[in-house]
Write a protein that binds this ligand. Structure first.
Ligand code: C2E
Ligand code: CA
Ligand code: CA
Length: 760
């Protein structure tokens, strides 16, 4: 049987630690993400800074160069086409980032160009892509950066730069124009875009794109010739405002030169983190973008290790706890076993029985029996051979119990008590099981050279007839067991009246303890007579108990109780003391010069075997002058059941003190002729039960005849007790009975009545 599983505190601890490790990992991941993202933001800002700076510087440089070049051309005189063109060509060779060079009149007409553009001396106001920037350049001293456009003559994409040239009076005389090749820009910015896979783009303030690192060449036309869609710009401005706090307008007007980072869908529609900056001098936005997925990938790398660590940690933690749990479980099971089983015999104990009882009831709904087993005189084994032998005897008993009550629940209740729960509700079957067990138990075995043969008493109750609750069944089985013990009959099935009987015994016990000190005892004397002479030969002293609450309690009832609670020795001494005092006194008073009268005193087996019995008798004889009487003790045959040798010794010692022995209740036991012949016995006393039936039961008459002939054969006189009728007297006399005692002659008398009776 196991106790129901309980979630162990250790497992709880494990789950808490495991949970904490997960929470910790999540927190660490979160912190890491913040760090990675922050780093990405600053890297993007840094890249964007470089992009913006290098473009700005490039433009600055060319602004200066264009001005110088323009003025120089005007100095030379633009009419000298060859010289001018050569100058431009030389200049172009020195600055390969430029696609071509030219000088236009304020009317838009190119008048001098580098030789690669000699065939394309267009009017710059004619074309849509050049018109706006050219016009712009006429009204500002700053260099104007135009829209990126394709120059068929050069077969390349250019970013046009225009700078007006003024005379001394500040009048616009020409516009110096050139174009940075798209490829050069790409080369310059590729460093930044290659770094951390970023996309770099430059967008003009009118939202025409100037440069987009990711745009494929096939898409240039669309990308550079159309502005960003209005709704897209709004969308960007809105997301920017949500994340940064202000939109594109503000960046342009209030936060010039500042770099801001935010997430937005990129050119390919994927979420990307970017850094944006506005250059107020050249009116363009520079930005660097990295796909969020790329940033997240960095986190994944770390997360991978975190998960590995977390798993490692948790797996080792799990095994650590598992090992711990296993050993704890083992000791738990061990403890549970110990709590539920008896240490010596390893049989289930009472606690186990308590837990298992309901299940047993359930499995044996038709009924079953409960046996309460108690070994007889086990205490003696412990006292005589020591507890270690006692323990081994109990082990042998438990082995026999288990072997005998196969399939039953065998429980050691404690000490020398065992409880058995059977499966059968058949009374006969159960009683046979008890009988078989007692036979089995009785078989001798040897321990340390001593031979043991054990007896036990069993109380038997039946579920559900005798009770449904374990407590009730056990207490009734216990009662029945005590009855079996009292009756020395091996086993006793519980019956209805037993409870009252047991209760009555309990009350008697309680009252009996104080009976001596409260002087509730007194003695009566029943005269005995010679069958031939009819003369009185003596008396039998009989104890009486008059208790205030119980009234008169017959000795048949209380003597057994006195024996069971160890009071019989003291009570027996009281009987001797009182009877001797009173009877000696009676003899003195009634002395008529006749033969000595004898006093018969009943002595129970327990009393006789008491270690100080003989010594007490000697003391009595010293205190009383017994010369006027003869002293006799009446003992029963049961004296010889336990230890014939010891009984014989004591009886011989009594004879040595001039005390005679009468064998009481003769015929009820099983004393054989053989046993009797060796014993110092002076009288056989035929039990009243045989005398009662002598007139109508030939068997009893036959028994009495054989007792008398046995006595005659051994030379031991025979006395009949309980003689009530004249016919009994004559029948007994005819058959050779020597003495009589009974109501026919006299009832038991108190001292005063006895005196009167003798003197009559
Ligand atoms: P017991 O020794 O066999 O005593 C004889 C019993 O038979 C006495 O009962 C006595 O009163 C009764 N008796 C004698 N003649 C007749 C008769 O003609 N008719 C009837 N109906 N009864 C008769 P009592 O006094 O009740 O004693 C019962 C038993 O108690 C005794 O049986 C004896 O075993 C025990 N007992 C009595 N006094 C003592 C005692 O002082 N010490 C011990 N150990 N046992 C005692
Ligand atoms: Ca007697
Ligand atoms: Ca008797």
């Amino acid at each position: 049987m196991t106790l129901p599983f309980r979630m162990n505190a250790l497992w709880k601890t494990y789950f808490v630690i495991a949970l904490m490790s997960i929470v910790f990992t999540l927190a660490a991941t979160f912190v890491d993400w913040q760090r990675i993202e922050d780093r990405a933001r600053s890297e993007l800002n840094y890249s964007n800074g470089l992009v913006s700076h290098s473009i700005h510087n490039l433009f600055d440089k060319h602004e200066l160069l264009l001005e110088l070049l323009g003025n120089r051309l005007l100095e030379i005189g633009v009419t000298d086409q060859i010289k001018s063109s050569n100058l431009l060509d030389t200049f172009l060779t020195a600055n390969p980032e430029l696609g071509g060079l030219g000088l236009a009149l304020p009317s838009g007409q190119l008048i001098v160009t580098s030789s690669n553009l000699a065939k394309a001396k267009d009017n710059l106001l004619d074309k849509e892509e050049t018109l706006k920037s050219f016009k712009q350049s006429l009204s500002t001293n700053k260099m104007v950066v135009g829209r990126t456009y394709y120059v068929p003559a050069l077969k390349q994409w250019l970013i046009p730069l225009r700078k007006r040239i003024v005379d001394k009076n500040g009048r616009t005389v020409a516009v110096m124009t050139s174009g940075i090749t798209f490829n050069f820009l790409k080369g310059t910015l590729s460093d930044q875009s290659n770094r951390s896979n970023a996309d770099v783009s430059l967008v003009r303030e009118d939202f025409y794109r100037q440069y987009v690192s990711v745009a494929p060449q096939s898409d240039y036309q669309r990308v550079f010739q159309t502005p960003l869609a209005e709704n897209l710009i709004q969308q960007i401005s809105k997301t920017m405002k949500e994340q940064v706090g202000f939109g594109l307008d503000f960046l342009k007007s209030q936060h010039k030169g500042e770099r801001v980072t935010f997430y937005v869908k990129n050119y390919q529609g994927k979420l990307a983190l970017g850094s944006l900056k506005y250059d107020e001098k050249y009116h363009f936005y520079s930005s660097v973008w990295v796909e969020k997925a790329l940033i997240v990938n960095k986190l994944y790398e770390r997360l991978f290790w975190y998960v590995i660590l977390l798993l490692l940690f948790n797996v080792s933690l799990y095994f650590l706890f598992r090992v711990n749990m296993d050993s704890q479980n083992e000791s738990h099971q061990e403890l549970e076993f110990q709590a539920m089983h008896d240490q010596l015999t390893k049989l289930p104990n009472r606690r186990y029985l308590l837990e298992a009882f309901d299940a047993w009831k359930h499995a044996n709904k038709n009924g079953f029996a409960v046996f309460f087993i108690d070994l007889d005189s086990f205490k003696n084994i412990n006292d005589l051979y020591g507890h270690s032998v006692g323990d081994r005897v109990l082990l042998e008993v438990s082995t026999r119990v288990v072997a005998n009550f196969d399939n039953c629940l065998c429980v050691r209740q404690g000490g020398d008590e065992f409880i058995i729960l059977t499966h059968s509700n058949e009374r006969v079957h159960n009683l046979n099981a008890c009988r078989n067990f007692l036979t089995h138990l009785y078989k001798p075995f040897v321990l340390d050279g001593f031979e043991f043969s054990l007896k036990a008493s069993l109380g038997v109750v039946q579920y559900p007839n005798d009770g449904r609750q374990l407590d009730e069944l056990l207490s009734k089985a216990d009662m029945a067991m005590y009855e079996a013990k009292r009756l020395r009959c091996g086993f006793f099935p519980y019956s209805e009246g037993l409870q009252e009987k047991t209760q009555r015994i309990a009350v008697i016990e309680r009252e009996l303890i104080h009976a001596l000190e409260r002087e509730e005892f007194f003695i009566v004397y029943q005269p005995q007579f010679n069958a031939t002479s009819k003369k009185m030969i003596g008396v039998e002293a009989l104890l009486r108990w008059d208790n205030p609450s119980l009234g008169f309690v017959p000795p048949d009832e209380f003597i057994a109780v006195a024996e069971s609670i160890g009071l019989i020795h003291d009570i027996g001494l009281f009987v001797f003391e009182t009877a001797l005092t009173e009877f000696i006194n009676v003899c003195h008073i009634t002395n008529k010069n006749r033969e000595k009268l004898r006093l018969s005193v009943n002595v129970s087996v327990q009393q006789l075997f008491h270690p100080s019995f003989l010594e007490s008798i000697s003391q009595l004889q010293k205190r009383h002058d017994c010369s006027a009487i003869e002293l006799m003790v009446e003992v029963t045959e049961s004296l010889f059941i336990d230890d014939v040798g010891l009984a014989k010794k004591i009886l011989l010692a009594l004879r040595g003190k001039d005390i005679q022995v009468s064998l009481d209740d003769f015929g009820t036991g099983y004393s054989s002729l053989g046993v009797l012949s060796g014993l110092p016995i002076n009288e056989l006393k035929i039990d009243k039960t045989f005398v009662d039936n002598i007139l109508n039961n030939s068997q009893d008459l036959q028994l009495i005849k054989s007792i008398i002939s046995l006595g005659n054969g051994l030379g031991i006189p025979v006395i009949a007790e309980g003689v009530e009728q004249a016919e009994q007297v004559s029948t007994l006399s005819k058959n050779g009975c020597d003495f009589f005692q009974g109501y026919y002659f006299s009832k038991p008398l108190n001292k005063a009545d006895l005196i009167t009776f003798i003197l009559k």
